[in-house]
Structure formats: structure tokens, C-alpha cells
Design a protein. Structure first.
Length: 199
């Protein structure tokens, strides 16, 4: 089963989703308790747009291994893509608590986010929200900076987002906010793209 899972990962990274799906299905048929293979299969289904199958795969992975950071992150991204923000934030928060640096360490997951049409800008922004809600301004600003490097420019959105209220008076947050140029054209473009996916 491990060999099939590794072959599936290899094909996923080559963007050969049909072959990746085939090998992940083989892996889970041999081992019904193979959480990682279910999660990987879910990522294939997510990228293919088969969201019901992806949700079932991620839930299977979490049923087997509730402490799987990868499965928590994956289900969070799926829920965000469906506009289920509150539920998505629950899984994202759990994933961050389990493994705070997962997104930066797992290239396969990052590739899957991009293939699924989720932008790193929105992913980093979502992470910043989680840290702000946890009253961790340093980490929130760190991920806002990453979002900015990936293209985030929507100062108005950040000023109005209530999830940042706990850290709003923090000097680091205020400095970051001041660095965002109040450009209405950029704000409307960034806000429109963001609203379609996350918030």
C-alpha cells in the first residue's frame, strides 16, 4: 500500500491526476485504515472538482487519524472553497495547532492548493485570521506579510475584518496596515477575488 501511495504522490506532483487517483485508490483498497492515502485521494478529487468525493475522503482520513495535520488542512481548504468559512476555520485552527508550519513544509499540499484554484494570497490571509483570533499578533502579521508578498493589497478589507479585532491596536499590525497603500482600484480587485473564495 505504501508503494502505491508513493506512486500516487509522484503522479500528483506531475499533475497526472488520473494516474494519481488510480494509485491512491489501490492504496486504500489494500489498507482501509490508510489515512494519508485517503487524504491524498481527497486532494486529487478536490483538484478535479469532485468536491463530494473529496469531502468524504478527507473525513475518512480524519476518522482514521483525527490528529492528521494534512487532513485538517485539506478539509479546511475544501470548506473555504465552498464558502463554509466558519467550519473551515475550525479545521484550519486545528491543523495549525497540530503542525504550525505545515503549509511551508509540505510542497505537495501547496501544489494541490494552486491546482485547486486556491491562491496562496487567500491561504496566507486565512492563516493570519486564525492567529489574530488566537491573539498572536506576531504570527498574524507574519502571515499577512506573506499574503502581501503573494499579492494581497486590500487595506479596506483588512480594516473591516472583525477577525483582526483582538490585535487591531498592536503596533506591528498597525505598521503593516499603514504599509498597505490605500489604492481603491487594487482594493476592489483584491476584494472581489477574495470574496469568491473565502470571506
Amino acid at each position: 500500500a505504501d508503494a502505491y501511495n508513493l506512486l500516487g504522490i509522484s503522479y500528483f506532483l506531475q499533475e497526472n491526476l488520473r494516474r494519481a487517483e488510480e494509485y491512491f485508490l489501490r492504496a486504500v483498497s489494500l489498507r482501509k485504515d490508510y489515512s494519508a492515502a485517503y487524504n491524498n485521494l481527497g486532494n486529487v478529487h478536490f483538484v478535479q472538482g469532485n468536491l463530494d468525493a473529496a469531502r468524504e475522503d478527507f473525513r475518512n482520513a480524519l476518522h482514521i487519524s483525527p490528529d492528521s495535520a494534512a487532513a485538517n488542512y485539506s478539509l479546511a481548504m475544501l470548506l473555504f472553497s465552498q464558502g463554509k468559512h466558519e467550519e473551515g476555520m475550525t479545521y484550519l485552527s486545528r491543523g495549525i495547532a497540530l503542525e504550525p508550519n505545515f503549509l511551508e513544509q509540505d510542497r505537495k499540499f501547496t501544489a494541490g492548493i494552486a491546482q485547486a484554484g486556491l491562491t496562496s494570497t487567500e491561504t496566507y490571509y486565512s492563516w493570519a485570521k486564525v492567529y489574530a483570533l488566537q491573539d498572536n499578533p506576531a504570527k498574524a502579521v507574519e502571515f499577512l506579510q506573506k499574503a502581501k508578498e503573494a499579492g494581497f493589497r486590500n487595506r479596506k478589507r483588512l480594516e473591516e475584518d472583525k477577525d483582526f479585532d483582538k490585535i487591531r491596536s498592536n503596533p506591528e499590525f498597525q505598521l503593516f496596515l499603514q504599509d498597505l497603500e490605500p489604492n481603491p482600484r487594487l482594493q476592489s480587485l483584491s476584494g472581489a477575488a477574495a470574496g469568491a473564495l473565502f470571506f
